[in-house]
Design a binder for this molecule. Structure first.
Ligand SMILES: NC(=O)C1=CN([C@@H]2O[C@H](COP(=O)(O)OP(=O)(O)OC[C@H]3O[C@@H](n4cnc5c(N)ncnc54)[C@H](O)[C@@H]3O)[C@@H](O)[C@H]2O)[C@@H](O)CC1
Ligand SMILES: [K+]
Length: 517
């Protein structure tokens, strides 16, 4: 599990060490970690170290100092380095160390920004040390102008030749919100110190951060509660329930699916296929015969009927994908939510959620659906506001409804009504395609069905019992994202092919778990 903390948490973890005169040691550890990642990136890209070139953007605070000390280390390894000082003030001791190692410096205010940007775009590495956790608001003035000029000279991430590495955070992102106000340098990698900050995991901050590296600088977080957690592969693996010797189809877990309608039959087939690939004892399908016929073309093992929720014994329910303009499906959604069983509520069923439910009800909206859900409860927000601050709005929705809320987006945010937050960035943009959400709900449904009667699941991954369903939803996002990345190796993702990748991801997770035991 990766824990994320707020800027305030990081400061309070640093405080005792700084009070004990360890401030410089912390900074040297941070700089050393940054230096190490830069070396690794140069090597991974097949570039030599000796003779490579680096540009260090150094702002007025300690973030600039970290970047300058990392620059000093690069200089001592034969890298040619220039520091662009973005403010009139600079951390003098680190600047002296940088210059003492042979670095050249230039003040941003004294030079032509487009000339400096051209120079930076020709370098092998650009280290962004303009602002760190002490930033208030986005980049302004000359620094903002430089970022625009660099983007114009170097081209966007993925096409440019300069490797951009953010020191602690991409400068100007909200440490706790991931909000980006104004221009921001999109990093190839971010090297963050002590612990991940929430703003690196959500919203535009996560987009700007690129690959996240957390450097241990010896801070003690044991007395602090993380503001968010990210499940890693071993956590998702611990939630999988492989079949045991005496299992039968009912003991493994039955997922009931009330999805699909005459208008959207495909969503049900995608959800059922994904659930079966994740591993369940049985899928019971409830819905129109025409939809059942489509499901059976691909998955004849699904048991189908047009009955009611009360007649179809299941351990968990999945309602809503493709269930539009269908009174029977709506009634099944209402009954499933009221059953008290874990119930994944997607798309067409989100409108059937009563005022208050429990955390075993897992809502899986995208930003537009969450906007609607909140509006129906008198909480008005624009879709763009939700996309900019996904954690805030997912928590609001969980608090208001009592449900677990999985908000889809570039990163998946899962909020529990307790206030616990999980953030998963496992997906690939290739998964942004029609039908993708139906497979995610199928995966989460299968996990819920297999864990519904497993009292030890929360303990296995170290979460409170009340947050189990949020962790299950996060594990579903991890499996879905990993399957999407695997599928994308073959080319654009075709969602109906995803079950093969879901099965392979589940197999890999179980194998890693076996090897770790
Ligand atoms: N406190 C510590 O002991 C450690 C701090 N570390 C580093 O220190 C950083 C935090 O340092 P600071 O607190 O000095 O803060 P920053 O380095 O983030 O800089 C804050 C300074 O920038 C200015 N500023 C704020 N917002 C601005 C804006 N929008 N535009 C232009 N200027 C703005 C302010 O004058 C402020 O003094 C961390 O991100 C990390 O890199 C690390 O060295 C580890 C140890
Ligand atoms: K920075």
């Amino acid at each position: 599990m990766l824990n994320a903390f707020s800027g305030g948490d990081i400061r309070s973890a640093e405080a005792p060490l700084i009070d004990a005169g360890q401030g410089n040691t912390l900074m040297q550890k941070a700089a050393h970690g940054l230096f190490g990642v830069v070396l690794g990136l140069l090597r991974a890209d097949g570039r030599g170290i000796y003779g490579a070139t680096a540009v260090v953007l150094a702002g007025s605070g300690n973030n600039g100092a970290d970047a300058l000390y990392a620059g000093e280390r690069l200089l001592r390894r034969g890298v040619g380095a220039t520091a662009i000082l973005t403010s009139d003030r600079v951390h003098t001791v680190s600047l002296e160390a940088f210059v003492g190692a042979g670095g050249t410096t230039v003040r941003l205010g004294d030079a032509d920004p487009s000339e400096l940007a051209t120079h930076a775009a020709a370098a092998d590495v650009l280290i962004d040390g303009i602002l760190g956790t002490g930033a208030s608001g986005g980049l302004r003035g000359a620094a903002a102008g430089f970022v625009g000029a660099f983007d114009a000279a170097a081209g966007p991430r993925g096409t440019r030749s300069t490797i951009v590495v953010a020191c602690d955070l991409p400068s100007g992102i909200g440490t706790d919100s991931g909000l980006v106000e104004g221009p921001v340098l999109h990093a190839d990698a971010t090297v963050t110190f002590g612990a991940a900050k929430l703003g690196l995991l959500i919203g535009e901050g996560a987009v700007a951060a690129g690959e996240l590296n957390v450097v241990d600088i010896g801070l003690d977080f044991s007395s602090l509660v993380p503001v968010a957690r990210t499940l890693l592969a071993p956590d998702a693996a611990a939630l999988l329930r492989p079949p045991r010797a005496r299992d039968h189809k009912y003991s493994r877990g039955v997922l009931g699916v009330a999805a699909g309608s005459a208008r959207y039959p495909g969503a049900a087939a995608l959800a059922v296929g994904a659930a079966l690939a994740t591993g369940v004892g049985m899928v019971r399908y409830l819905g129109p015969d025409a939809v059942a016929a489509l499901i059976h073309q691909r998955n004849p093992e699904a048991v189908a009927s047009a009955g009611s929720i009360a007649d179809a014994r299941s351990q968990a329910w999945l309602v809503g994908p493709g269930a539009v303009d269908d009174d029977d499906q709506r009634q099944r959604a209402v009954d499933a939510i009221a059953s008290g069983l874990p119930t994944i509520v997607d798309a067409g069923a989100l409108g059937a959620v009563p005022e208050r439910v429990g955390p075993q009800v897992i809502l899986t909206p995208h930003a537009g659906e969450l906007r609607q859900l909140l509006a129906e409860r008198g909480l008005d927000a624009e879709r763009s506001e939700i996309e900019a601050e996904p954690a805030h709005f997912a928590l609001r929705a969980a608090e208001t409804t009592g449900a677990t809320v999985l908000l889809k987006g570039f990163t998946t945010v899962v909020a529990a009504p307790s206030g616990a937050l999980f953030v998963q960035a496992d997906a690939t943009p290739w998964l942004a395609t029609a039908g993708s959400g139906d497979t995610l709900s199928g995966i989460v449904g299968a996990l819920a069905a297999t864990l519904a009667e497993d009292g030890g699941a929360a303990g296995r991954i170290g979460v409170a019992q009340e947050d189990l369903w949020a962790a299950v939803a996060a594990a579903g996002a991890l499996i879905h994202g990993s399957a999407g990345r695997r599928a994308a190796l073959r080319g654009p993702v075709i969602v109906s092919d995803l079950p093969a990748d879901i099965g392979a991801v589940v197999a890999d997770l179980l194998e890693e778990r076996r090897l770790a035991m």
